[in-house]
Design a protein around this ligand. Sequence first.
Ligand SMILES: [Zn+2]
Length: 327
Amino acid sequence: MGNEMVIGVDLGGTHMRTALIDLSGNILRRQKTATDISHGVQQTTQRLIAECRAQMVAAAELGGAVAGIGLGVAGKVDHKRGWVIFSPNLPAMRDYPLGPEIEQSLGLPVLMENDANAFGSGESWVGAGRGIPNWVGLTLGTGVGGCLILNGKLWNGDDLGFVGEIGHLIIHPEGPPCACGLKGCLEAHASGSALLHFVADAATQGDLTSGPLYELWNDGKLNAREIYHCSVAGDPVAKKAFSRMGWALGLALANLFTVLGIRTAIIGGGVSAGWDQFIEPLRKSLAEHSSMLVVADAVIQRSVLGDDAALLGAARLVLEHRSLTSI
Ligand SMILES: [Zn+2]
């Protein structure tokens, strides 16, 4: 069939992004709209269907046809049935058959993955992971997502609805509380929220009493980007927050590399923009916690696709599914 295209969707708590993508992984057209789940799950689903329909019209205008839709959704998903089991950013979408609903409305196959897995799939298709058979992926955002690419394929484990949850590796059992309910996870050290909590704790404990970082906290305007700017400007508390992040990431990667016998990590997500503030502590910690690996052989790379990784990875699911079913 000539001029086929696929639709990639990245469904987040704030925005839903869709893209029309060709079979070589080029984005032909993209759209972004507010998710706004306050009017209910049905309305959000209808908006997403309308966005996909608009992409199908655009495909036809380009002389093509859409072969399927790939969805990347944060949280626990049943990728075999296309159900959202639980999404922390979309709590109303619990045990919800999002994939089948879209499939029924549009008459196209719909594939679904967790957003961090979609990131891994996208980076390995046309991004930093291209041609690298084995690597660990991390997405640093409000939380920490993870994925494993082994033998060139996304590792799916036993299909339990979660896999590659590197953000919930416990790296300090007595450490700070994590959103998952446990203590001391990587996410509680290396996410955007971990940076915020670190600074807020310093302020409430009297370790941060003045300066721009204190003012931001005091005015309720603290965010990861501002903490980054304060760290670059030399604020010791902001620097400590980023060096703790690097330490935690290095420790987690040392453990993963040792277990898997691999040496490459690709790091993306919005908070990875703070790279220059955490990469040295990360490398130092990786070296300190590695007994088998020749640390000079380790490759720690940044994502090259940025926000597009999950869109492209979701789209790739459709192509992989089709090549499997056509055998
Ligand atoms: Zn956790």
